[in-house]
Write a new protein. Structure first.
Length: 443
């Protein structure tokens, strides 16, 4: 690999200022995008079965609700293909502004979808369309947010930490979404199903305005500026990365199995399982997930930092192995029906996830050559949505219905962990190496 580093043409102090702005813009943007994405997941577990599928059984209504939830994950690879193309063609910054607008408008409109009693099944149809747009928006968001931060990083030794900050937006978005649901649940009381759930979706428009203001104030990354200067912009970057780096795309998707599938079990499925099957108080589950997201504020950047010291791949393997074991501990604690143990299990549930999620951004993005990086990293990352995150709540619901025990879901989590362990072991690790210059796929 080349050893040269890319110059931004700025003084050290100005470069550092741009790095801070880029990290803030990436983190705030992903926070808003994930707030939008997560309030849908929470509502899918708590509200949508009753509002949009009222004549179905509890199981059928939950499955139907999570089916609309799954559609968002189908949209994510589509968004990765669309915005990955433009991110490598016209730049990281402009593409990120477009993803934020698409996601924001779709989320805002969810608040105004009428229930089954008003327009019948068309409410669920509208919900599905808007969820698809949500998925397309968030599908293009991740790659750009990671690159806008990572490609402004000056050193080789801090990329894991810098790239983990956009990942930090996930617990922030999770915290804000659950806080909003919890607040309006308390405020609206018995009217939560009627109108209270809609308010967090309406408030998202304010966050979108803040995010746009911040993103408009950042510069394009030095890496992309150099690609333009050297005339190395690809005409069809998505097709080119599929041709040149298919192994990295496939491994990126598979290594996320142990990270993404359990995450949506622990943060979305638990609402339906905890309140519907175990009959735990709704606010207990909401508060516990809220506390779990707060713990992630520490464990995600810490894991990214540790990966700079011991290597991206090694940190990821530790997290995948821990997740495979923790699934059994989690469902053993939840199965006691003790409010204290249930609360502790949920709070701790994201720690093994964060051990992978912290170094994951750098591990995946570093594996792709600069001119194809937005397309390759986005597609690899978002393909996991179809095989991991999207079906996870559906699979978990079906397993509980068939076997009537959480250990069936724990076995599913363990199987995902095995896949991730194998895939991560095969993933190239560029910790501490220069990634600013074009490099051969065989590196």
């Amino acid at each position: 690999m080349a050893s040269a580093t890319v110059s931004s043409g700025l003084s050290d102090s100005d470069h550092s200022a741009q790095l801070r702005k880029a990290v803030i813009a990436a983190t705030v943007g992903t926070t808003i995008e994930w707030y939008d994405f997560f309030i849908y997941g929470t509502a899918a577990g708590l509200v949508f079965p009753k509002l949009f599928f009222p004549h179905e059984s509890v199981l059928a209504g939950t499955l139907a609700s999570f089916s609309t939830y799954f559609i968002g994950f189908v949209g994510r690879p589509i968004g990765a293909a669309i915005f990955g193309h433009y991110g490598d063609r016209i730049g990281r910054k402009a593409t990120l502004i477009a993803t934020l607008l698409l996601m924001g408008v779709a989320t805002f409109l969810v608040a105004f979808v009428p229930g089954y009693d008003s327009i019948g099944i068309w409410g669920a149809v509208l919900l599905t369309v808007l969820r698809t747009l949500q998925g397309i928006g968030v599908g293009g968001e991740w790659g750009g947010s990671v690159l806008i931060a990572m490609e402004w990083s000056k050193g080789q030794k801090s990329r894991g930490l810098v790239a983990s900050w956009p990942q930090f937006g996930v617990p922030c978005g999770l915290f804000l979404s659950n806080l909003a649901i919890l607040a309006f649940s308390a405020w609206s009381g018995a009217d939560f199903i009627a109108w209270g759930w809609r308010m967090p979706f309406i408030l998202s428009i304010v966050l979108i305005g803040i995010g746009l203001w911040i993103r408009l104030g950042i510069l394009e990354t030095p890496v992309f500026q150099k690609l333009v200067k050297d005339n190395k912009i690809e005409k069809a970057p998505m097709l080119e990365v599929i041709k040149r780096q298919p192994r990295q795309i496939i491994l990126s998707a598979l290594l996320r199995m142990a990270e993404q599938a359990p995450f949506y079990i622990f943060t979305a499925f638990i609402f339906a399982y905890g309140t519907g099957t175990l009959h735990m108080p709704r606010d207990l589950v909401l508060t516990a997930v809220l506390a779990a997201s707060c713990l992630s504020f520490i464990t995600i950047p810490l894991s990214g930092h540790i990966s700079d010291r011991i290597g991206r791949r090694k940190m990821y393997l530790i997290g995948a192995a821990t997740t495979g074991v923790f699934g059994f501990v989690y469902f053993a604690m939840v199965g006691t029906l003790s409010p204290t143990l249930v609360f502790i299990a949920i709070v701790l549930s994201l720690v093994p996830h964060d051990m992978m999620y912290g170094p994951q951004a750098a591990l995946i993005a570093e594996a792709f050559t600069p001119r194809l990086r937005y397309s390759g990293a986005s597609m690899g990352y978002q393909l996991a949505s179809i095989i991991a995150g999207g079906p996870a709540p559906l699979i978990a619901t079906a397993l509980i219905a068939s076997y009537h025990t959480g250990y069936a879901v724990a076995i599913y989590i363990a199987a995902c962990s095995v896949i991730s362990l194998i895939s991560a072991a095969m993933m190239p690790d560029y910790t501490g190496k220069d990634i600013s210059a074009e490099y051969d796929t065989a590196d």
